[in-house]
Design a protein around this ligand. Sequence first.
Ligand SMILES: *[C@@H]1O[C@H](CO)[C@@H](O)[C@H](O)[C@H]1NC(C)=O
Ligand SMILES: *[C@@H]1O[C@H](CO)[C@@H](O)[C@H](O)[C@H]1NC(C)=O
Ligand SMILES: *[C@@H]1O[C@H](CO)[C@@H](O)[C@H](O)[C@H]1NC(C)=O
Ligand SMILES: *[C@@H]1O[C@H](CO)[C@@H](O)[C@H](O)[C@H]1NC(C)=O
Ligand SMILES: *[C@@H]1O[C@H](CO)[C@@H](O)[C@H](O)[C@H]1NC(C)=O
Length: 481
Amino acid sequence: MAAGGERAMRASVVSVPLLVLLHLLMICSSSAATGRGAGDAGVEADRIAALPGQPKVPFQQFSGYVTVSTTAGRALFYWLTEAYGNHLSKPLVVWLNGGPGCSSVGYGASEEIGPFRINKTASGLYLNKFSWNTAANLLFLETPAGVGFSYSNLSSDLFDTGDRRTAEDSLEFLVRWLDQFPQYKGREMYLTGESYAGHYVPQLARQILAYNLRSKHPINLKGIMVGNAVTDNYYDNLGTVTYWWSHAMISDRTYRQLINTCDFRQQKESDECESLYSYAMDQEFGNIDQYNIYAPPCNSSDEKWSFASTRQGIRLPHRPHKVNFRQISGYDPCTEKYAEVYYNRPDVQRALHANTTGIPYKWTACSEVLNRNWNDTEVSILPIYREMIAKGLRVWVFSGDVDSVVPVTATRYALAQLKLAIKIPWYPWYVKKQVGGWTEVYQGLTFATVRGAGHEVPLFKPRAALQLFNSFLRGDPLPKS
Ligand SMILES: *[C@@H]1O[C@H](CO)[C@@H](O)[C@H](O)[C@H]1NC(C)=O
Ligand SMILES: *[C@@H]1O[C@H](CO)[C@@H](O)[C@H](O)[C@H]1NC(C)=O
Ligand SMILES: *[C@@H]1O[C@H](CO)[C@@H](O)[C@H](O)[C@H]1NC(C)=O
Ligand SMILES: *[C@@H]1O[C@H](CO)[C@@H](O)[C@H](O)[C@H]1NC(C)=O
Ligand SMILES: *[C@@H]1O[C@H](CO)[C@@H](O)[C@H](O)[C@H]1NC(C)=O
């Protein structure tokens, strides 16, 4: 396992050799010379003393805004939760949620990988014992402007943002953020995320690779990991309706009609195809949670939470409808509703240094306006995978296998197009002596499923997700026992 890790490390170092080394040297000497660090005023203003209802923790937290466009007045909001233990020796991991338009504070930080979970009355926080900040410093970024607390003073920005601006602004954010937190300059960095962040993460990686070619201060990007990731319109759509059929959610007839009628390459489907999607969802699915087909949906007719929106939507033909149905047992399907209460509390916003300019609308887990008006989307992200693999980045793709929105079949169809050589053939991987899922290691890319996990893998299978994250950071294949 150690040998595999070293091999992977060496492979990724080769691509960015001298510049990174030089840069590392410069960082060491410059930070020694200026003595800048978490102690200086700029950073100090962003330090979080404690969040309302927060248990005491041994790690430090910072949050606030970084301006990414002075002309438009666009500022992106971040929340850094440093690692437990010796955070200086641990990598920096950026986490992005998708949508487009959904918040990584609301999802990633508060119900998936972050150190805190919000309790049922939204009056306090409790610890997530499988938090990814046990292994890395976590940087949650709300991107693009219009998501969560990130804003633009130019209101038209909400109506013409797409993949392009998201990637450019996110790079601008990282560069300026690293200036503000020089102790992280040169630190190993990984980009992670899920769902529509299947676009954001590789696109930001591509921006960083291009930036590194022209900058004297390259960003030490080591790899990316994405889950249930939107990847390629055609293969995603084909894989999705195939998942619906193979999981007995739709009839043979509807499946055949979808395959014969829809042009899965199109962004906008024909009316005939749309009506088949509607028939499948309205007449055949029933009231299920499409993000985890075996879990109970949140009862949104429950008055207390009725104002809050449903799960992070993704904008493809099969955009899920709002659901309300019975709660059975197991996990709590209403968690993002607690976030919408908590993050709208004025005391919480003060503690986070958020909404300091009086944003003219409420904090929501997802922005419908951004989502509806998304300007541009890349048809396929596969070319970026080829580029990242060629540059020696560590690339991991995982998939919760009971998600029907960006299902495992979609990901497998898409990745198959890369035609990568198999390094370690398909095998079950283990977490606490149980099969956590299945994995196959390719030349340049590791694919892993998470058994029984829905769209938000770390929400449904927190222990397995942390195992996956630790293996990814070490560059080791997932454990065989
Ligand atoms: C947006 O406008 C407010 C109010 O004029 C101002 O305080 C703030 O600095 C502006 N934001 C940016 C990023 O320029
Ligand atoms: C939520 O947290 C607050 C503050 O710690 C506590 O007073 C309250 O009892 C908790 N509620 C639930 C349902 O756990
Ligand atoms: C959903 O919430 C409503 C309103 O609180 C309640 O009347 C109904 O019984 C709930 N349904 C289930 C299945 O729990
Ligand atoms: C920002 O604060 C204002 C009050 O100043 C509030 O009305 C608004 O809902 C808040 N918006 C967000 C996104 O937090
Ligand atoms: C909107 O999309 C078009 C075409 O895809 C692109 O040329 C344009 O730059 C985009 N606009 C913005 C503001 O990103």
